[in-house]
Design a protein around this ligand. Structure first.
Ligand code: SF4
Ligand code: SF4
Length: 280
């Protein structure tokens, strides 16, 4: 069972839920796919990790061969080749996604590829279970490439159960993580912002055909009702975690709430049982 823990916005407690689900089932593989701000490892005690750089094959033009026809610049879907109607195009390394199109279509074979490091995948162990983290390099925009590399690394392990901590929001990085999931567990809070941002994520899971379910965190902090959204998207609430100042404080100290709070741990254990019933 591969569970993607996602949220429509930051600050809902998504990583607290993901780290707890990971700790609650020994042998579950954990992956932090929030590659711009990976912090699940902090809640897992900052394990020692082996670093493996992630490379992207970026286009490189040989100016001696290029005829300046401009075909590559016209066809690049990412606007990574600057060409002003004459002369030779210039590759913007940051925008190039390494899609491999321009080397194929250049009529004079003037385009090659050169590997650039865009991030890292780090691999470690927490309580005997594999833990993997994707981390985007500062200044890089290729988060999807790093997420895919982390998922590929995870696929080399035989652990059937995964808990993935996704990026917040409803854009390409979360979609890239959801593609590897059997179920999207969407963490939200009972506030107008929580409800509004949840809707975007439910639209995404629905368009992708990924089954989704909700976890409401910080109950008591607001009183928004989820009845209408659950009915419209056909989703259920599988767990509710109450708002607690002491939990927020333990999180700030880098402790997973699963280890810090017995009530939170019981709710997480019950959530796993519900997930197993639902996906069996
Ligand atoms: S397609 Fe090839 S020849 Fe044409 S501008 Fe691009 S690199 Fe130069
Ligand atoms: S490899 Fe793809 S993204 Fe990069 S410059 Fe060529 S066409 Fe554009």
């Amino acid at each position: 069972m591969k569970i993607a823990v996602a949220s429509g916005k930051g600050g809902t407690g998504k990583t607290s839920v993901a780290s707890s689900l990971f700790l609650a089932r020994p042998g579950t593989l954990g992956i932090d796919l929030d590659v711009e701000e990976p912090n699940m490892g902090i809640l897992l005690g900052s394990p020692e990790m082996e670093v493996r750089p992630v490379h992207l094959p970026v286009a490189v033009i040989d100016g001696d061969i290029c005829t300046g026809c401009g075909l590559c610049a016209r066809e690049c879907a990412y606007g990574a080749l600057a060409w002003f109607g004459s002369g030779k195009p210039v590759v913007n390394d940051t925008l190039c996604r390494g899609c491999g199109l321009c080397p194929l279509i250049c009529p004079v074979k003037a385009i090659g590829e050169e590997n650039r490091e865009v991030g890292d995948v780090t691999v470690g162990t927490v309580e005997g279970a594999p833990f993997i983290e994707g981390r985007l390099r500062v200044g890089s925009i290729n988060s999807v490439h790093v997420i895919e590399a982390a998922v590929k690394e995870a696929s080399a392990f035989e652990n059937p159960d995964w808990v993935m901590d996704c990026a917040p929001g409803a854009a390409c990085p979360v979609a890239a993580a959801l593609r590897a999931a059997d179920l999207a567990l969407l963490v939200t809070e009972p506030t107008p912002f929580g409800l509004s941002d949840l809707e975007g994520l439910l639209q995404l899971t629905s368009e992708m055909g990924i089954p989704a379910a909700l976890v409401i965190n910080k109950t008591g902090m607001g009183d928004e009702s989820f009845d209408d959204i659950c009915e419209r998207y056909g989703v259920e609430i599988l767990a509710r975690y109450p708002f607690s100042r002491s939990l927020a404080e333990s999180g700030a100290r880098g402790e997973s709430p699963y280890r810090a709070d017995a009530s939170w741990a019981r709710t997480t254990d019950a959530l796993w049982e519900t997930l197993e019933r639902r996906l069996s």
